[in-house]
Design a protein around this ligand. Structure first.
Ligand code: HEM
Length: 256
């Protein structure tokens, strides 16, 4: 007998930000690469459209990033991203081994996903660097390229705009790598599509192969959590946390 545990993990504001951000990122990558080529017959996007698309998406990305920061502070979601320092090396190696070996042997995830600890140690570190270093860096350098008069006149003996362009394109390169790696690693949920579904409906589904699970509180603001979304063919024993928030359901299932 195994349980399907449902945890409300991604509140509506986060999902809204995430998918808008993903679309904008995709368009920024497409137009950014196209802008490297002045040939308007480019397969990706004609040069003149690429400039407009890049500027408009960059402005929108800045706006949704402010929205993301605001809600992260309001709901304290930012705490999820703070990398753990104690035992970091062992944890990173453990997670790395899982990605390189364990995942191909069908081994269980080395770190369990809970509402208090949504991410594994490598996710924490990556999301932290991406969201609080790379994204602000690419946004600030982008604005300074759009308004070069605001850029410092000289940086280390060079004209101020050139280092900004170099910074922008270097961060862009790493964000491209993140984008590809992130989508690939997102397929490593309990099933290939499980994480994508979670980011769409908010619920993280986890199949447990024993019946023990301790329910605990979450800091996620989830006033938008659906009341009930269980499968009618299974016996649902809903376990509520102390403040009666309907965040975790354990569905006793007959899965073997
Ligand atoms: C088509 C593109 C994308 C897809 C399919 C995708 C997919 C996902 C999925 C399935 C998750 C939930 C599981 C997990 O945490 O790994 C997730 C979370 C996340 N993604 Fe993406 N993603 C995309 C683009 C992006 C981009 C461009 C960024 C940022 C630059 C990003 C940043 C994040 C962050 C920060 C989280 C964790 C959010 C939180 O719970 O606080 N994603 N993504």
């Amino acid at each position: 007998m195994s349980n399907v545990r449902k945890v409300y993990m991604y509140p509506r504001w986060l999902r809204f930000w995430h998918w808008i951000n993903a679309i904008l990122f995709f368009l920024l990558i497409l137009s950014g690469v196209s802008m490297q080529y002045s040939d308007t017959s480019s397969l990706l996007m004609p040069f003149e459209y690429a400039i407009v698309t890049h500027n408009v998406c960059g402005i929108l990305l800045s706006a949704v990033f402010l929205y993301y920061l605001f809600f992260n502070i309001k709901t304290r979601n930012y705490k999820q991203y703070i990398p753990q320092l104690r035992g970091a090396k062992e944890m990173y190696l453990k997670q790395m081994r899982y990605y390189l070996v364990g995942v191909f042997k069908g081994e269980p995830h080395p770190f369990e996903t809970t509402p208090e600890n949504k991410f594994n140690p490598l996710q924490k570190l990556t999301y932290f660097l991406i969201m609080f270093l790379a994204v602000p860096g690419i946004i600030i350098s982008g604005w300074l390229l759009m308004f070069p008069e605001l850029a410092p006149e000289q940086i280390m003996g060079m004209g101020g705009v050139w280092p900004m362009a170099l910074l922008h394109i270097t961060i862009g390169f790493f964000l491209n790598l993140f984008f590809i790696g992130h989508i690939y690693l997102a397929t490593h949920g309990d099933t290939v599509t499980a994480n994508f579904k979670s980011m769409i409906n908010g619920w993280h589904l986890h199949i447990e192969h024993n019946n023990q699970y301790n329910v605990s509180n979450s800091e996620i603001s989830d006033e938008d959590a659906p009341e009930q979304s269980g499968n009618s063919s299974v016996d649902i024993s809903k376990q509520e946390s102390n403040n009666n928030e309907n965040k975790i359901e354990v569905i006793n299932n007959n899965l073997k």
